[in-house]
Structure formats: structure tokens, C-alpha cells
Design a binder for this molecule. Structure first.
Ligand SMILES: NC(=O)c1ccc[n+]([C@@H]2O[C@H](COP(=O)([O-])OP(=O)(O)OC[C@H]3O[C@@H](n4cnc5c(N)ncnc54)[C@H](O)[C@@H]3O)[C@@H](O)[C@H]2O)c1
Length: 342
């Protein structure tokens, strides 16, 4: 089969996490690199030895020139809507960095444009393609703690990025919590119903806007999910995957975001504190493609097989809805209902 030709747009920090696994995938070849800053595109071309790739500063002209099958969007969130429209108008399938869009209205426009063009549209949610997360997902699915009813996640990292995040509105919820909220959906198999949230910027923050947040979600199956997070918290950092506690009617499980999993199951029916048995978790499953490579590989496979990619935008929009509902709730101080999204 001939490889898919792609144009990658946005040659900043994250584009390296795409080009590295792509260099190992014969199913796709780079036809062009676009960035409003031409030097950024040239640098990536040199760094990855993409000798046949054309570089440019304007996506629409690049698509007319090289006629690729795919557009890979690594631009900043506000640019995703324009990139998607341009790509679908040129008949390309699109894989886009998270978050899908900067607003729910833009997300809806993008979903409509993908459907009208009959093109595949998926989002990089790289933390789904993590064998540690898959282990926790299958333990919960197999009922190791009985019927799951409550979930908490803690995300605390003192991250000094510099760059666009320092000036970004709702920086934690929009740029990072999308990963955690999407993981909550993956791990629990539940979708959001409503949220009550709070955002703030702690004293001494090196961000212009809210770098800390908490949110309590009501999810389907009567699951309650509590989120606490900060990008402006020095010391005792959690993993980027967060520290989780899952509570079911037969026990509890904690996960540190890497290979630390603890499970305790109720093992008797008597006593003020019921007797508990420690359960050994199964080994971490093998996964050939992980992180960005996992999402990109799943996307390429979907094009050949016709099956939907796991991170298809029509599903991923439910994670984005959690973000925007939390932002709305934090702004109004009220509980916000999240209407079901098909
Ligand atoms: N999945 C992850 O773990 C992860 C990690 C970091 C960033 N991201 C996401 O990746 C995206 C980019 O983040 P980054 O850290 O690489 O940012 P960055 O600022 O380092 O790079 C963005 C690049 O896009 C270019 N650009 C902006 N608008 C453009 C446009 N209209 N056309 C062409 N080029 C344009 C900029 O010049 C810049 O080179 C964001 O959506 C961010 O949330 C995801």
C-alpha cells in the first residue's frame, strides 16, 4: 500500500513528539512542514532529515501545492479551527493536538466540517495510550473493587513553561485538565452529566491567569468524580498522569499515574472496619505504540480499516465539554449541566 502523504502544521515544541514516532512508521511520509515562523519549519526539516518535505508559512497554499491526504495540526489551540476548516476544504483527514478547540462553538463547527467533508477527524490524547492507564482501566472494568461509585484525581506540578501558557486564560483547565478529564472518562467508562468548579491563581503565581482549579463532576452510572489541580504548586509533584483514588462498593484502588497500583478488597462481613485483603495487580500490559505514537498509529490504522479512531472528535468533544463546563461553572459559581453529546 502507498504511504499516506502528510503536511504537519505548527513546528513548535510538541511537533517533535509527532515527528519522532512518525519516522518509524512507513505508512506515512512527510510532504510538507508549515509554520508562520519559517525558521521553525526549516529547523524541524533539518532535525528529522525530511529532505523531500516542502516548507512554507501558509497552510492553504501548501495544501494546493503538495496535495497531501493528511494534515497533522500542532498549532496553538486558537488556530485549530482555521487549520481544520482549511484542511477539510482541501479534502484532507485531520489529526489535531489537544485541545480539540478553544471553545465549544469552534468544536461544533469543526465536527460539522469533518462530517460534511466525510473526513476522519481525531485528537491527540496521548495519555490514553499508556499501558499503566490501560491496566487500571481493565481492573475497573473487571470489577476488582465492585461497583465503582467515586473517583478522585490530584494533579500538582510546579511547571515553569514560559511561552504561550504564561499568558493563557484558564491555563490549567484548558491546556492540562483536558488530559485528566479525558483519562477519567477512559478509566471509568462514564460520561459527564454536570459540574461545580472553582478556579484561582495563587499568590506568587508565575501565570497571568488561573493556574489552580478544583471541580466535582456528576458522571453517568451515578459516579462522582472530584478533580484537584495546580500548575503553580512547588514541591511534592504528582505524575503528569495524576494520583488517583477509585472507590467501589467492594473496595478501593489507588494509582500514582505510573506503575504504583494498590488494591484492597473487603474480605469479610464483620467488624467496625471490615477485614480487607490486598490484591496484587496484574502485570502492566505490553503496548507497541505508546503516547503520541499510539494515537498516530491508531489514526493511520483507522484510515485503512474504516474503524473509528479511539480519539475521534465526536467522542473527544465529551472530554472538551467537561473542560468548558468547568470553566463556565467557575465563572458563574453555579452547577453547570453538560448536555449529552451523541
Ligand atoms: N499532547 C501533549 O501532551 C501536548 C504537550 C504540549 C503541547 N500540546 C499541544 O500542542 C499544541 C502546540 O503546543 P506547543 O507547546 O508545541 O506550542 P509552541 O508555541 O511551542 O508551538 C506552536 C507552533 O505553532 C505555530 N503556529 C501558531 N499558529 C499557527 C498557524 N495559524 N499556522 C501555522 N503555524 C502556527 C507557532 O509559530 C509555533 O511554532 C497546543 O494545542 C498544545 O496544547 C500537547
Amino acid at each position: 500500500m502507498k504511504p499516506y502523504r502528510y503536511v504537519l502544521v505548527g513546528c513548535g515544541g510538541i511537533s517533535g513528539a509527532w515527528l519522532k514516532p512518525l519516522a518509524e512508521m512507513p505508512e506515512a511520509v512527510c510532504a510538507g512542514l508549515v509554520d508562520i515562523n519559517r525558521d521553525a519549519a526549516e529547523r524541524r526539516k533539518q532535525e528529522f532529515g525530511l529532505t523531500d518535505a516542502v516548507t512554507g508559512t501558509h497552510l492553504a497554499s501548501m495544501l494546493r501545492k503538495v496535495k497531501p491526504a493528511l494534515v497533522f495540526d500542532c498549532t496553538v489551540p486558537e488556530a485549530h479551527i482555521k487549520v481544520a476548516r482549511t484542511a477539510f476544504a482541501a479534502g484532507c483527514h485531520v489529526l489535531c493536538e489537544k485541545p480539540l478547540a478553544d471553545t465549544m462553538a469552534h468544536a461544533a463547527t469543526m465536527l460539522k466540517a469533518a462530517a460534511a467533508a466525510d473526513r476522519v477527524h481525531a485528537i491527540i490524547q496521548n495519555r490514553r495510550f499508556d499501558p499503566h492507564a490501560r491496566r487500571v482501566q481493565s481492573l475497573l472494568h473487571d470489577g476488582v473493587i465492585g461497583r465503582l461509585h467515586t473517583v478522585y484525581s490530584d494533579f500538582f506540578i510546579g511547571a515553569h513553561f514560559g511561552g504561550f501558557r504564561d499568558r493563557m486564560l484558564h491555563v490549567l483547565l484548558l491546556d492540562m485538565a483536558i488530559h485528566t478529564f479525558d483519562a477519567a472518562r477512559l478509566l471509568t467508562g462514564c460520561d459527564p452529566v454536570a459540574v461545580l468548579a472553582h478556579e484561582w491563581n495563587p499568590p506568587g503565581s508565575w501565570y497571568d491567569h488561573h493556574a489552580s482549579a478544583s471541580a466535582q463532576f456528576e458522571m453517568t452510572n451515578s459516579v462522582v468524580y472530584g478533580y484537584r489541580g495546580s500548575w503553580c504548586s512547588e514541591g511534592l509533584n504528582t505524575t503528569w498522569e495524576s494520583a488517583w483514588r477509585f472507590i467501589g462498593d467492594q473496595g478501593s484502588m489507588s494509582w500514582d499515574g505510573r506503575d504504583g497500583v494498590r488494591i484492597q478488597q473487603v474480605s469479610g462481613t464483620e467488624g467496625f472496619i471490615r477485614p480487607l485483603a490486598d490484591i496484587e495487580p496484574p502485570p502492566v500490559p505490553a503496548m507497541t505504540w505508546q503516547g503520541h505514537g499510539g494515537v498516530i498509529h491508531d489514526f493511520l490504522e483507522s484510515l485503512g480499516s474504516g474503524k473509528q479512531p479511539e480519539t475521534v472528535s465526536t467522542d473527544n468533544v465529551k472530554s472538551l465539554a467537561m473542560v468548558h463546563a468547568a470553566i463556565k461553572s467557575a465563572g458563574s459559581g453555579r452547577r453547570v449541566v453538560i448536555p449529552p453529546l451523541a
